[in-house]
Design a protein around this ligand. Structure first.
Ligand SMILES: Nc1ncnc2c1ncn2[C@@H]1O[C@H](COP(=O)(O)OP(=O)(O)OP(=O)(O)O)[C@@H](O)[C@H]1O
Ligand SMILES: [Mg+2]
Length: 337
């Protein structure tokens, strides 16, 4: 649905050229929610703004629904853009217009006949749960309500794609959750493809199907959110995940351990605890649990245990091999003695 190929965006500034996006290729499938994470300056906004040509890429192509947007100009580009809605961190509502007028503005701009506008505005307000705020001005709304208006406006012309640039970054955690649920709901109901960028991994964990991690304008890792949580490859991705799922054991406790400390991960439906107890029965090693949790990502369980294994070196490595044979991902966190 969205195909980004070898896309680069450089900016010319007084101080020279700055690379916003550096040779990014990505594919987002129809109907999926795709998350892009990265720290400030990673190039997330530059990339997402190239998807609807708010920024014109310096090189590379962006295809939406098979159509190469970089080849379009003027009216053709305007038409193609109507099929791509966008919401922003700071909402960008028109403060002198009511909620209904903010939404109808987008409908008028797309040439919707006047007689259809009222009904469409009501439909949209109903979809975002704001029917009672129709004639209110933005200043009288909470942040979450303002973003709901932003979403209604972005959906006004029935786009196939919704781009979200830090759409929940100005909101508190509960409001964030309610906006994310609304986005997911809209995604499922309308089969709209959503690309969202964020610096918060919990946003990705909450609603995204697949994700990419950006650093220095490049995509350094991408895949299914579940797989990336289970088995992150880069240090940066690990850092992002640790802000949501922590396997950390306090230093004082680790200092008291003289055995081999292992992190054991079980993906999917695998019953981790049972496999660990099988292992302890089959091998002459002792196990102390230091940490244990089951995280649910995209409704799939991910079992994470940190434990100290004590015994002879051969027996400990046999026990680890046994866990791996039963599909656990095992990482030794120290060398033991
Ligand atoms: N209009 C511009 N002119 C010059 N440089 C720019 C412009 N927009 C972005 N940049 C530069 O491009 C790089 C990527 O910026 P971008 O805004 O895409 O990052 P980001 O990941 O969205 O960051 P944040 O999380 O802070 O929003 C940065 O070095 C930034 O300074
Ligand atoms: Mg940004």
């Amino acid at each position: 649905m969205i195909q980004i190929e070898q896309l680069s965006k450089t900016y010319q500034t007084k101080h020279g050229t700055v690379k916003g996006v550096d040779d990014v290729s990505l594919e987002v499938k129809t109907g999926e929610i795709f998350g892009i994470v990265g720290y400030s300056g990673a190039g997330k906004s530059s990339l997402i703004r190239c998807i609807n040509l708010l920024e014109r890429p310096t090189s590379g192509t962006v295809k939406v629904g098979g159509q190469d947007l970089t080849k379009l100009k003027g009216d053709e580009l305007r038409k193609a853009r109507l099929k791509i809605g966008m919401i922003f961190q700071h909402f960008y509502l028109i403060s002198q217009k009511t909620v209904a007028e903010n939404i109808s503005f987008a409908l008028r701009a797309a040439g919707t006949p006047s007689k259809n506008i009222g009904t469409r505005v009501d439909e949209l307000l109903d979809m975002v749960g704001l029917s009672d705020k129709r004639d209110v001005y933005p200043a009288q709304l909470s942040g979450g309500q303002k973003q709901r208006v932003g979403i209604a406006r972005a959906l006004a012309n029935e786009p196939a794609v919704l781009l979200c640039d830090e759409a929940t970054s100005a909101l508190d955690p509960n409001t964030t959750l309610s906006i994310l649920r609304l986005l997911k709901d809209i995604n499922r109901k309308l089969n709209i493809t959503i690309v969202l960028i964020t610096h918060e991994m919990n946003v990705v964990k909450e609603i995204c199907d697949r994700m990419a991690v950006m650093q220095g304008g490049r995509v350094i890792e991408e895949g299914r959110v579940y797989d990336i949580f289970a088995d992150p490859k880069t240090a940066l991705t690990k850092e992002f995940i640790s802000s949501v799922v922590s396997f950390n054991v306090p230093e004082e406790i680790l200092a008291r351990c003289d055995g081999t400390i292992v992190k054991v991960l079980f993906k999917g439906e695998v019953a981790g605890e049972g496999i660990i107890s099988d292992m302890l029965q089959s091998y002459p090693v002792k196990g102390n649990f230091l940490h244990g949790a089951i995280e649910y990502i995209q409704e799939l369980p991910l079992g994470i245990f940190v434990m100290e294994l004590k015994g002879g070196q051969t027996e400990v490595s046999q026990a680890i091999t046994y866990l791996e044979q039963r599909d656990a991902i095992v990482e030794v966190m120290n060398d033991g003695n």
